[in-house]
Structure formats: C-alpha cells, structure tokens
Design a protein around this ligand. Structure first.
Ligand code: NAD
Length: 353
C-alpha cells in the first residue's frame, strides 16, 4: 500500500492511501488532537475525484474537532473517506482500510458514517484496534442514534425554555423534516411529552407509522418548512437552511439533528435577523459522539455515564447562546468561537505545564 502525506495548513496530518491490490483509495484527516485523539466516522462515497474527497474530509474533520470540543468528550477531530462506489464494497477493501487506520498510530480513531455500517467496521477491526461504535455485544457503545435523539430532545426543550420561559412541551408545535433513526425517536419523545408534532419524510411509510402509533400529523415538504410552529427540527440532510428556505420559515426556533444545516455562514446571521433562535447543529446533535466517547474511558462503555454527559447539552447551548448575545453574533458563529476558545485554553494549559 502506498501511503503519502498531503500537507494542509491548519491540519495536523492528512494522508492518502492507494492500494492497487484491494482497490482502496482513501484519505484520513487529523484536524486537531489538542484535546485528545481525533475521533470521526469513516465515509464511503463515489466522489468525482480526489480533490472533492479532500474538501469533504477536511471540512468534516474540522467539524468533528469543534463538536468534540464543545461536548467535552476529551477527543480531537478527524475523519476518513473512502473514494468509491458503496455497491462495490469488499472484504479486501476494508482490511486495507484497517491497515491504513492503523498506520496513523492511534491519532485517528474511526467509527460509522455515511455508507459504512457495523459489518464493514468489524472487518476494519481485524487490522486495527482504533475502531469505535461496534455492537453492544462486543463491549462497544452500539447504535448512536437513540443518544443523538435524546440529546436533541433535551436541547430542544432548553431552546423552548429560553424563548417561551418554560420548557413544558404541552401544546407546543414541532415540525420535523426527516423521520429516520434520529427524527423518528425525537418525534416519539416529543409526542409523549404532549407536543403537537408534524412531520415529513421522503419515505412516507416512516411518517405513516408515527401517525398511526403516536398521533403525529403527516405534512408535505413545503408545509413542514413553512408552517407556523414553535420549532422546526431538521433531521434529514444538510444544507436545508439557505437563501431560498429561510424566508419561508414561520417558526421561533430551529433545533434538530441534521449536520451542516446551514448552507452558508451567512444563513446563521439571516436566522438571527429574523428573530429565530438557531441551536447550532454540532452542539445539539452531539449525543451520539458523547456516547461513543464514553467507550474510550479507562473503564469502558457505561450507559449511565453517557446519559449523564448528554444531559450537559442544554448547558453547552446556554453558553453558546449567551456568547452570541454578548458578542452580537449569530449562534452558529458563537459555537465556532466557543469551540476555538476551549481548544486555545487547553493549548495554553499544556504549554504552561
Ligand atoms: P437516517 O438516514 O436514518 O434518516 C434520514 C431521513 O431523512 C430518512 O428517513 C430519509 O428518507 C429522510 N430524508 C432525506 N432527504 C429528505 C428530504 N429531502 N425530504 C424529506 N426527507 C428526507 O439518518 P439519521 O441517522 O436519522 O440522521 C439524520 C441526520 O442527523 C443526518 O443529517 C445525520 O448526519 C445527523 N446526525 C445523525 C447522528 C446519529 O447518531 N445518527 C448523529 C449526529 C448527526
């Protein structure tokens, strides 16, 4: 396998692997390990070329640094991408990927991400110990989605309290876009607390099931975005809030699980100017990474410890919102600023020690 360094300013290490035998062409980016080893998922995607994959892995690994900093996981940020068609996975490919992860010497720890499942990681694990998020039966932390949903639920309640003066969800209206693993768990929790929940998903069956079992109202895509409601909860893909959609919103709060909800930094400012409280994506959706990070504690995975740490998400949101108010900036900018502060403080402590 041919492994080469790609020097990128602001990143501790970026490496490329090419292995003609297995067909592996992959990148690992270690953005920052000031707070601990760089944890971040492994993604497989048919990128048009390596430059596109590089842009993605750089952006995603930096996002992981910020997310872990604010969530106080004790970890840094990293990510890996395999360039290729997920329909053409093979055992050889993931064994080679395991060797690649191992070659970074523990500075990068991998987990699931888009198009990578537990079965793939089980193969990676044959070649490296730097793998998290495997099954509970194997002593790992298991599926992160319920923990992400729990964190989003607690964060959403905090946003409701911040805007309306009480976190009581009875009669509060929430419009959810995307009822997959996280969105459906969130919908259930909200309905159980008495919220009026409206939802849309490309997969109609998912919403129909929630409608039948939990009294959730099924709406179309246009309605879920534009309806008058207290909270809009994006739980599908990223980029959903942009120049086109922000003017349509009639909610007071945006709080959901989706990553990269804002298409551009400016969208955070636009939400602020419209008087909509935005819970920054990586602050409110950190429940999954918090759960995984507990796996790396000296005593291993412990659900109670994970839930205790997830209960701090509202506090992280409070700090972010307070900073945005005092600096007169958007909450999205405040989250980045707060994450940078946490990393800088750790660097300063380290250089004094
Ligand atoms: P998922 O794939 O289980 O669910 C996504 C749902 O969104 C699917 O039901 C899909 O049909 C729907 N969807 C996609 N595009 C849509 C569209 N244009 N209109 C309507 N519905 C659409 O994914 P998930 O694990 O529930 O994650 C949801 C979001 O939360 C993603 O952005 C993910 O990156 C983010 N996130 C997830 C976790 C986690 O632990 N799973 C952690 C952090 C962030």
């Amino acid at each position: 396998m041919d492994i080469q360094e790609i020097p990128v300013e602001g990143y501790e290490r970026v490496v490329r692997a090419r292995d003609p035998k297995s067909g592996l062409h992959a990148l690992i980016a270690v953005n920052d390990t000031t707070l601990g080893p760089a944890l971040g998922g492994m993604r497989m995607w048919p990128y048009a070329n390596e430059a596109e994959a590089l842009t993605d892995v750089l952006r995603l690994s930096k996002g992981m640094t910020y997310k872990s900093a604010i969530a106080h996981t004790g970890l840094g940020g990293g990510k890996s991408v395999i360039i290729g068609d997920p329909a053409k996975k093979s055992r050889e490919l993931f064994l080679a990927m395991g060797d690649f992860v191992e070659s970074v010497g523990g500075k990068y720890i991998t987990a699931e991400d888009v198009n990578i499942g537990i079965a793939d990681l089980e193969i990676v694990k044959e070649r490296t110990g730097f793998v998290t998020g495997l099954s509970r039966e194997s002593g790992s932390s298991g599926n992160p989605s319920p923990y992400t949903a729990h964190g989003v639920f607690l964060g959403l309640k905090y946003c409701v309290e911040r805007v309306f003066g009480s976190d009581d969800l009875k009669g509060r209206s929430v419009a959810i876009l995307g009822t997959g693993s996280v969105g459906s768990a969130l919908a259930r929790k909200l309905a159980e607390e008495g919220a009026e929940v409206y939802a849309h998903d490309l997969n109609e069956e998912r919403v129909a099931e929630l409608e039948k079992n939990f009294g959730i109202h099924r709406v179309d895509e246009e309605t879920v975005l534009s309806m008058e409601c207290d909270v809009f909860a994006p739980c599908a893909l990223g980029g959903v809030l942009n120049d086109n959609t922000i003017p349509k919103l009639s909610c007071k709060i945006v709080a959901g699980a989706a990553n990269n909800v804002l298409l551009e930094v400016q969208d955070g400012t636009d939400l602020r100017e419209r008087g909509i409280l935005y819970a920054p994506d990586y602050v409110i959706n950190a429940g999954g990474i918090i759960n995984v990070a507990v796996e790396l504690l000296p005593d291993g995975y412990n659900e109670e410890e994970a839930l205790k740490r997830i209960r701090r998400i509202p506090e992280a949101l409070k700090e972010t919102f307070d900073l945005a108010e005092s600096e007169g900036i958007s909450t999205a900018e405040a989250a980045d600023m707060r994450a940078q502060q946490i990393i800088e403080e750790a660097r300063a402590r380290r250089s004094q020690a």
